[in-house]
Structure formats: C-alpha cells, structure tokens
Design a protein around this ligand. Structure first.
Ligand SMILES: Cc1cc2nc3c(=O)[nH]c(=O)nc-3n(C[C@H](O)[C@H](O)[C@H](O)COP(=O)(O)OP(=O)(O)OC[C@H]3O[C@@H](n4cnc5c(N)ncnc54)[C@H](O)[C@@H]3O)c2cc1C
Length: 443
C-alpha cells in the first residue's frame, strides 16, 4: 500500500526538505570521490531521503596520495572505511558490483544486486587498459592500483641497489594515447629525481620522459607546458612530446615516428576506459557515459546522472569529480524539492603537483573544443583565473588537502561544504592570489 502525502510547496525550508525528501530513493553507484561526494552532498540537502551507495569494496581510497607509496607510504593510510563513515549519516552501503542499468524499470542489477531507484548517480570511475599497448602488461611498471604502486616500489629499490653498485640505470617514463590524467606521472618523474638526489645516486640514473601529448600536461594549456619543459631542463631529464608508443619489448620502447628508446625500468600510466560499460546507458567508444556538461544528466534519461571518471568529460581528475558530484547532487535535490538548482558543473580544474623539493599549483578554467585530438582548452579570456604558482609552500597545500578530505569523508560530510570548506577555500584563494601568477600572455 502506498501512502499519499500532500507535500508543502511553500513554508519553512527544513520542513520541505524533510517531507519531500523523505519520499525519495536515490541510488549511487561507486564509493570513490564522485560517489561519496554525491551521497554526502545529497544527505545535506535531503535529511530524510533514502540514500544508498553501492560499492565493490568497503573502503574509499584517497588515490591522489598513492604517489607516495613507491617511496614508502603504507597504502592502508589512504583508506577510509565506508561502513562506519556512511552509517553516521544514515546512508545505506550495499556491497556489490553493478553491471546493468535498466532505465525503463528504474533498476540496477549486478553481482549480489537488484535495486530500484527514483534517481540514479553513476560514479563507478575508470579502469586501465594496459593491454591496448603491445608489451605494456609484460614489461612496464604502471601507476593506478595500490598493488601496482607497491610493485613499483620494489622495482625502484632494485634499481637504486644496482645504481649504488656502480651501474647506470635507465628509467623511461611513458604516457600513451587515451591516458586521461597524465599529471600523476609527471609528479612521479619529478619526485623520483628529487628522491635520487637525496639518496646521492642521481648521477647513476639516466631519466627520460616521453608522452603522446603535443604539449606537457597538454590539457592544462601552454603555461603548464612551458613550466614543465623548464623543470625537465633544470633537473637534467631528457624529454620528448608527440611520441606515440607503438610497442614495448623487454628493454626498449618503439614509437610511431621510428624512434626506439632503451630502458632498464619503464614506468607508465596506461590508457583509460570506463570501469564498466553499462548496456542501456549512452556512452562513447571507451564506455564513458554521455551527459549534459553542466547538469551531468545522462543524455536522454531524466533521472540518471553521472559524475567523475565514469562520465564523458575528457579530463579525469578528483577535483573535477567533486564538482560534477555536487552538480549532480544539486540537480537531484532541486528536482525533489521543486526548486531551481543553485549550481552546475563549471570545469575549473585545480591541482597541486608534488615534486618532493617543491610543489606546483595550477588553476585552469577549461572548455570543450569538440576536437577529439585535443578535447579541452584553457578558456579564452580567462587570463586572471588561469593561475600558476610553485614553491615549497605549495607542498603544505597538498598536505592540507590530503588531511582535510579523508577527515570529511570519515564524518560522511561533503568536500565542498560547511565552514571547514569555506576556510580551506579562503586559504586556497589567498594563497592563489598571493603566490600564483595569472596568465600575462592573454590580453
Ligand atoms: C596515482 C594517481 C594520482 C592522482 N592524483 C590526482 C590529483 O593529485 N588530483 C586530482 O584531482 N586527481 C588525481 N588523480 C585522479 C583521481 O584519483 C580520479 O580522477 C578520481 O579517483 C576519480 O573519482 P571517481 O569517483 O570518479 O572514481 P574512483 O575514485 O575510481 O571511484 C570509483 C569507485 O567505484 C567502485 N566501482 C567500480 N566499478 C564498480 C561497480 N561496477 N560496482 C560497484 N562499485 C564499483 C570502485 O571500486 C571505486 O571505489 C590521480 C589518480 C591516480 C591514479
């Protein structure tokens, strides 16, 4: 039997939130950045809605700080246990693996799953496709999972031991086409350079960088390219862009332009694809779900939204995943409450690139180009907001973010909300105004 409630369209906001929200059933697939941010954002807006997160693991992983694992960090320190956290805000956690969305019947099915929804947020992220590059699975160390990072730690330790024994070690870095988040590999090469200097073995290492990109950290525009090229020069790292990998053997990489580069250790960030391609949802050729840029509503489906790496926004980043999750959560809450949404996804990326001896901050307003080879560009006319800063102080920014986010998620609170976020945001803005410069090349 269904009870029909007359819902108040006017009256105190809290009353509407409680009464109208209580009737809603929102299902969120994925327990990563986008999934937990959507769920906790929705909880703030809808105190009594039925919110369910489906996750194939019982912890949230703070992936950006997994760059420290090869240099000694214990992966356990990057985990937030979801059952304890979500219980605090009465968000149900279902353990299972989603495989199929049936938009007509409003159901999600999968391993251990058959769930109904009124609104759905898909936030199941991306996966790596090392097998798309011949030889990568067999011959390259990769960065993505914590296990891969631990394996890289072992391989680096072996390299350092050989170098200390007097050998020259050749370490080659490789970004292949279809990698959608090259930044972390740039962090790894600069961190490794600093680490080797501290270990006093840098002179026995020959470091080289290759990327398919036409500019370094191409998605973030010419300023990042210039800065990064200068950093390679300063550190004595050979660097090449527009190098498309063709195949990898046990000791060299062959590129499409005929170049071959030898290595003792190859470190790569593989091509991306959606973690799961859902039959029933519109997607591009790599399984990324097509959605309206601003609202994150999945194309052609009124009550399905996508946030984070699972969606078709071409740059995959945790910071952008948060912005998308907030936009999706806001759209759903506004629909349920009969209000106008107060925010949409505005792709302004923010990142801090670790280098161990310093860090580099970038704020980059992006726009889509419609061109598959270079799908985003820095927004024209955004000189004042396209900001770059570098120095030791930015390492503090990275550390603060690394502490703030797990703290918020442990309390089942969204990243971008409340007084703590206002304080973080203000701090970042002040640092950005004082310590990062705008783009002076644009008029
Ligand atoms: C080494 C590294 C460093 C990075 N550094 C940065 C950085 O400094 N700054 C930055 O902004 N970004 C960074 N990123 C990118 C960032 O981590 C991703 O963009 C972010 O994790 C995307 O969040 P998400 O929620 O979309 O996906 P994820 O965080 O991958 O979460 C997806 C979740 O869904 C679960 N899942 C998958 N499939 C299913 C299924 N079928 N059913 C149920 N559950 C499922 C997964 O287990 C996972 O918990 C880095 C990435 C890496 C690998």
């Amino acid at each position: 039997m269904r009870i029909i409630v007359i819902l108040p369209m006017a009256g105190p906001e809290w009353a509407r939130k409680v009464l109208m929200g209580a009737a809603a059933n929102v299902l969120i697939l994925g327990g990563g950045f986008a999934g937990i941010e959507s769920a906790t954002y929705l909880r703030r807006q809808l105190p009594d809605a039925q919110l369910t997160v489906v996750s194939d693991r019982d912890y949230f992983l703070f992936k950006p700080n997994s760059i420290y694992i090869p240099f000694g960090l214990d992966p356990e320190r990057l985990k937030v246990q979801l059952p304890r956290a979500l219980k605090k805000k009465n968000i149900r956690l279902v353990s299972g693996y989603a495989r199929e969305v049936d938009p007509e019947r409003k159901r999600v099915r999968g391993t251990n799953l058959d769930l109904q929804y009124d609104y759905l947020v898909v936030a199941t992220g991306a996966t790596m496709r090392a097998d798309e590059v011949p030889g990568m699975t067999e011959h390259a160390a990769t960065i993505w999972t914590t296990d891969a990072m631990l394996d890289l730690r072992r391989q680096l330790a072996d390299s350092v031991t050989r170098a200390k024994g007097g050998r020259t070690e050749r370490v080659l870095f490789l970004v292949p086409p279809n990698n959608k988040c090259s930044g972390p590999l740039y962090e790894m090469v600069f961190m490794l350079d600093t680490y080797l200097r501290r270990e006093r073995v840098r002179s026995n290492f020959d470091l080289s960088w290759t990327t398919y990109e036409t500019g370094y950290i191409q998605a973030f525009g010419p300023r990042l390219h210039e800065y990064t090229a200068g950093e390679f020069e300063r550190r004595g790292i050979k660097h090449y862009n527009s190098m498309v990998v063709q195949s990898i053997s046990s000791d060299h990489v062959r590129y499409a332009n005929g170049t071959q580069l030898p290595f003792d250790l190859l470190i790569s960030f593989p091509p991306y694809a959606a973690a799961i391609a859902y039959p029933g949802l519109p997607a591009d050729e790599r399984g990324f779900i097509k959605a309206n840029l601003t609202t994150r509503q999945v194309s052609g489906l009124d009550d399905v939204f996508v946030a984070g790496d699972a969606g078709d926004f071409p740059v995959k980043q945790a910071f952008l995943a948060f912005l998308q999750a907030d936009a999706a959560g806001e759209q759903i809450a506004a629909r349920i409450l009969g209000q106008e949404p107060r925010l949409g996804f505005d792709p302004v990326s923010m990142c801090v690139m670790e280098q161990f001896d310093r860090a580099t901050f970038a704020q980059v307003p992006l726009e889509l180009t419609g061109n598959a080879d270079s799908p985003v560009r820095v927004r024209p006319g955004s000189a004042a907001d396209y900001r770059l800063g570098t120095g030791k102080i930015w390492r503090l920014g990275k550390k603060l973010l690394g502490a703030y986010l797990p703290w918020r998620f442990r309390a089942a609170r969204p990243f971008h909300a409340g007084l703590p976020w206002k304080a973080m945001d203000l701090g970042l803005r002040i640092m950005s105004r004082l310590l990062a410069t705008p783009d002076r090349s644009q008029k």
